[in-house]
Design a protein around this ligand. Sequence first.
Ligand code: 4GY
Length: 220
Amino acid sequence: MKTARKFQAITLFPDMFKGIFENSMMWKAQKDQHVELSTVDLREFGLGPRRQVDDTPYGGGDGMLLMVEPLWSAITSAKEADPTAKVLLMTPRGQRWKQSLAQSYADSGQGYIFVCGRYEGYDERILELVDEEISVGDYVLTGGELPAMTIIDSIVRLIPGVLGGETSAVIESFSDGETLEFPQYTRPEDFNGLKVPDVLLSGHHGEIAKWRKQNSKKAV
Ligand code: 4GY
């Protein structure tokens, strides 16, 4: 029996992942034992009766930082569940996520632990436990949850057997790393005067392929 790869998200807001982990693709990927998606509630590793996870920065400055101890315990706990998992920190300082990375993470067969920060940042010492720092773009969000969900979604759909139809890898575009999708149309042929390009109705497969190539957006 195949054992599912574990994707664990460490977060103060586990409920944010519910709708994502339960969408149809994610649900099927889990049912078919490709992945096991779970959250680790950082609050459970907080300090003292108040389960404190944040504190003010040494040297002064605005806002609060996630403390090293609760994060360290949460990551250690996630690692116990999956000792070979790679630890990924969601941060605008990280390497920019892109399709080729999604592809290699999908191919790796690895488990992953997504560390989702809040407040003004992390105590830097947490980097001792981090394998990769990843950014989804040059903007600052209120937390790492949306980046983690974005990354998980982009990986899971590339795991062989997950998407279903399977033609998509061919149609799709970004997979060669150079092009985005070409324009596509479905019925009707004429919507209030907005027409489908003739070549797509022509049945000339060579011409269609050429048109699609010419009309693909180049990735930057
Ligand atoms: N952009 N790419 C991002 C982000 C939120 C304060 C550190 C991003 O990946 N993560 O904006 N994360 C911040 C919130 C703590 C992470």
